[in-house]
Design a protein around this ligand. Structure first.
Ligand code: GLC
Ligand code: CA
Length: 560
């Protein structure tokens, strides 16, 4: 397998709005991030992915960009950005930018021009359609509730917005759009950034004729995420290859595509080791395993055998031909320790072990390294996320769901669970701001915070630090990064165990993802004679054919 720096990296995702506020306005900012670089250095990561910091009216917290070449006022200035980039580079940390080019803000000058008249030169930068029998051109729903079409009074046509109506979709079939996007990307590359995380990049090529999509049970609109909809469209690989030729291949970058709806065959193209498109993709199957038949708003639990089967499929199928990204958390997902674990530090460490010992590039989302949990928001008034708020109103007002029951599901799944302020210490507002935070702080910050964990050698922080160190610097580095994967005991409903093999070395990973004491029978052929323990979150179990595991225990051995 070809080696590359981004295969050997560990990425840390920052959600700037909630990371660290330097000036007391209650909103995280670039200077706040700068002040925490030494903390990240200590954790051991070597790449930062920042959620968008560009100019934006913040309808979707920066994922609605009104100027790609300027910084959001609340976050600081371009000078602050340049300082941050230089300071990160001084510490050996690279910075990957969020690239949101499936859509812009409706306040972007391209769209302002586009909507001004039917014959404006920018008209075809977006997707405009005539009404069909006095209605929307098709039945597509927006990811943030309602129709995906917005009627525009001035020119008496509809425009497409797969997300909010303030996020009109760009028309990638127009070569001038591709030119403009590629020029903007080149401008950032020339500044010296180290890569892009590409927002919903699997959605840029819309299906021919924009056909109606099936309407799922309990839904009001056509499901655009189903096959044949907006994901993995007819020209997506062609456009990414063009992007690669014209921009990416000229720099030493790490690129990761956020690929909603991606399957294995498409992933093998997006993330092919031949380097013709992107370095790697985010796939979402494993974090969709607890979605009900209709949508994500349910409180079902992820079944462990299903999770094992799914993650193992991605391990086997991409081995040697493409590259996986490894994540449980990001700014769109609830906290994993509240989802797969029991909110305890021990379960947080166990879950981390499962992920960080796999083949691929691991991502740590801010606060995950502290074991930060879901937040008890209570009333819908405490939420800030457009997806959660719109879903609540649409589904209760249409009578499809009962408010109390739905609120319980939103509490479990809302994106805002990931967006509460980073818990730095036990002072007011968790040390995130001296002002009033833009979103509530999780009240458990007095117990879960960076200051306390830095002082405690047994903390979740130090466990992540060790996992990251094993992958980046230890003598087992090559096995952990490049080794072949093999799942053990696929049917076991509680223990997630696998091998990683390279040369003469085998790593044995055993994680008891349950609150029970568990005996686990080690497969034949595993010899303990030269066993070396890499990491464990509890007393090392006696090395016998049957391992006696404590609740949430994880351990990794190297065997020769
Ligand atoms: C991606 C982002 C999400 C955003 C959406 C629209 O899924 O991760 O936060 O709302 O795209 O840009
Ligand atoms: Ca601020």
């Amino acid at each position: 397998m070809k080696q590359a720096w981004w295969k050997e990296s560990v990425v840390y995702q920052i959600y700037p709005r909630s990371f660290c506020d330097s000036n007391g306005d209650g909103i995280g900012d670039l200077r706040g991030i700068l002040s925490k670089l030494d903390y990240l250095k200590e954790l051991g990561i070597n790449v930062i992915w920042m959620s968008p910091v560009y100019k934006s009216p913040n309808d979707d917290n920066g994922y609605d960009i009104s100027d790609y070449q300027d910084i959001m006022d609340e976050f600081g200035t371009m000078e602050d950005f340049d300082n941050l980039l230089a300071a990160a580079h001084e510490r050996g940390i690279r910075i990957v930018m969020d690239l949101v080019v499936n859509h812009t803000s409706d306040e972007h000058k391209w769209f302002v021009e586009s909507r001004s008249s039917r014959d404006n030169p920018k008209r075809d930068f977006y997707i405009w359609r005539e009404a069909k029998d006095g209605h929307e051109p098709n039945n597509w729903g927006s990811a943030f509730s309602g129709s995906a079409w917005q009627w525009d009074e001035t020119t008496q046509m509809y425009y497409l917005h797969c997300f909010s109506k303030k996020q009109p979709d760009l028309n990638w079939d127009n070569p001038k759009v591709r030119d403009a996007v590629f020029d903007m990307m080149t401008w950032w590359c020339e500044k010296g950034i180290d890569g892009f995380r590409m927002d919903v990049i699997s959605m840029i090529s819309k299906p021919e004729g924009l056909p109606d999509m099936p309407v799922g049970e309990g839904q009001l609109y056509g499901d655009t995420m189903a096959p044949g909809g907006t994901c993995n469209g007819p020209h997506v690989h062609e456009y990414l290859q063009e992007m690669n030729r014209r921009v990416l291949s000229h720099y030493d970058l790490m690129t990761v595509g956020e690929c909603a709806g991606v399957d294995i065959p498409n992933a093998k193209r997006y993330a092919n080791c031949d380097g013709s498109e992107l370095s790697m993709v985010f796939q979402f199957e494993h974090v969709g395993l607890d979605s009900g038949s209709a949508n994500k708003w349910c409180t079902d639990k992820i079944s462990l055998p299903a999770l094992k089967e799914n993650l193992s499929k991605w391990q086997y199928e991409l081995n040697g031909v493409a590259w996986n990204s490894l994540f449980f958390c990001n700014h769109d997902q609830p906290r994993i320790v509240s989802r797969l674990g029991d909110n305890s530090p021990k379960s947080a460490k166990c879950i981390a072990t499962v992920l960080h010992m796999m083949q691929g590039t691991p991502y740590v989302y801010q606060g995950e390294e502290l074991g930060m949990t879901n937040c008890p928001f209570g009333s819908i008034k405490n939420y800030r996320d457009i997806e959660s708020i719109n879903a609540y109103h649409e589904l209760t007002e249409s009578g499809l769901r009962q408010p109390e029951e739905l609120l319980e599901c939103i509490a479990y799944k809302s994106r805002d669970n990931a967006r509460t302020p980073m818990q730095w210490d036990d002072s007011a507002n968790a040390g995130f701001t001296t002002g009033k935070p833009w979103i509530m702080v999780n009240p458990n910050y007095t117990a879960i915070n960076a200051k306390a964990e830095l002082a405690d050698p047994d903390s979740v922080f130090h466990y992540y630090q060790k996992l990251i160190g094993l992958r980046r610097q230890s003598k087992w580095k090559n096995e952990i990064v490049y080794g072949d994967y093999q799942l053990l005991a696929p049917e076991d409903p509680e223990v997630f165990s696998y091998l990683r093999r390279r040369g003469k070395t085998t790593l044995l990973v055993v994680c008891n993802l349950s609150p029970n004491n568990r005996d686990f029978v080690v497969p034949d052929g595993v010899m303990w004679d030269n066993a070396e323990l890499l990491i464990s979150n509890d007393e090392t179990p006696e090395l016998t054919k049957t391992l006696h595991l404590t609740p949430w225990q994880a351990a990794v051995w190297a065997l020769r």
